[in-house]
Ligand binder design. Structure first.
Ligand code: ATR
Length: 272
């Protein structure tokens, strides 16, 4: 039986082992999937040790996604663009493939929820690694993207990576008050501190779809704020988490699991 783990620090909260157990049951592919807390300065050593024990692949979460990007011998196109790796796979010749399924995980969740349409004007809030990982799949889905960030310079740096597309622009937070947007995506880590990124009132109307890449047991601070502004179509990032896991499963096993049942199961378990 092939062995997989998720690396992180901390990692005990990770839902990946449970999600992959659900996928194994659904597909009949029996893999073993655990979690490992790597030392902050010791990701590469921990991963190579895992491979020496016969490990076939791994997921990588905070704070090791860039370490994993550096460690990989071969990068998928989407990982190269994202500048980060969340999925590693030992290839038959011993080289390590680095892939990034976060962006496609978000896109597949937006499609599952019918929250994205070709030509959408998307306001992407945040300019860290989470934002960088999702821009290319959103462009591939035909979106026009405006990036806003607390620190504008980081948004400029991020948009410059996608300048060739001509469809990623940067605005000051204060400049977007009257913008017409179809979908707003929170890619900031503000929810971890229970905060909401500062955004102008009037931005959200009932027609604006709102997605938070963050998730929690209850609604998130960002989605609470959106609802107060009148939003009616809101979703948190639990579906993205399951979506990225499904695409990692596909990288390892060649089969894309169905996500809706796993999302419903996790939601129910989180409420217990
Ligand atoms: P990651 O790479 O994992 O996404 P990061 O590089 O720390 O993490 O980026 C976090 C993002 O959340 C950034 O866009 C950050 O804004 P700054 O670039 O101005 O730091 C944003 N962020 C974090 N806390 C925030 C808050 N309370 N309000 C608004 N934006 C916040």
């Amino acid at each position: 039986m092939d062995n997989f783990v998720v690396f992180g620090n901390p990692v005990s909260h990770s839902k990946s082992p449970r999600i992959h157990q659900l996928f194994a049951e659904q597909t009949g592919i029996d893999h073993r999937y655990g979690s490992r807390c790597a030392p902050l300065e010791g990701f590469a050593a921990a991963f190579h040790h895992f491979v020496s024990e016969g490990g076939a692949g791994a997921n990588v979460t905070v704070p090791f996604k860039q370490d994993a990007w550096q460690l990989a011998n071969v990068l998928s196109d989407r990982a190269a663009i994202a500048g980060a790796v969340n999925t590693l796979k030992r290839l038959p010749d011993g080289r390590i493939l680095g892939d990034n399924t976060d962006g496609v995980g978000l896109l597949s969740d937006l499609q599952r929820l019918s929250m994205i349409c070709h030509g959408d004007r998307i306001l992407l809030v945040g300019a860290g690694g989470a934002a960088r990982g999702v821009i290319q799949p959103l462009l591939d889905a035909g979106a026009q993207i405006t990036v806003v960030n607390r620190t504008r310079a980081r948004a400029e740096e991020l948009a410059a990576l996608f300048a060739a597309s001509g469809r990623v622009k940067v605005r000051d937070i204060g400049q977007v008050a009257d913008s017409r947007i179809d979908l707003i995506i929170n890619a900031t880590s503000s929810g971890i501190q229970g905060e909401v990124p500062s955004l102008p009132a009037g931005l959200i109307t009932p027609a604006v779809r709102c997605y938070d890449m963050f998730y929690g047991r209850q609604s998130t601070p960002f989605l609470d704020w959106c609802r107060k502004q009148g939003a009616t179509q809101c979703a948190d990032g639990l579906g993205m988490l399951v979506g990225q896991a499904a695409h990692a499963f596909q990288v390892w096993h060649g089969i894309l699991p169905e996500t809706a049942v796993a999302i419903a199961t996790l939601k129910a378990e989180m409420c217990e």
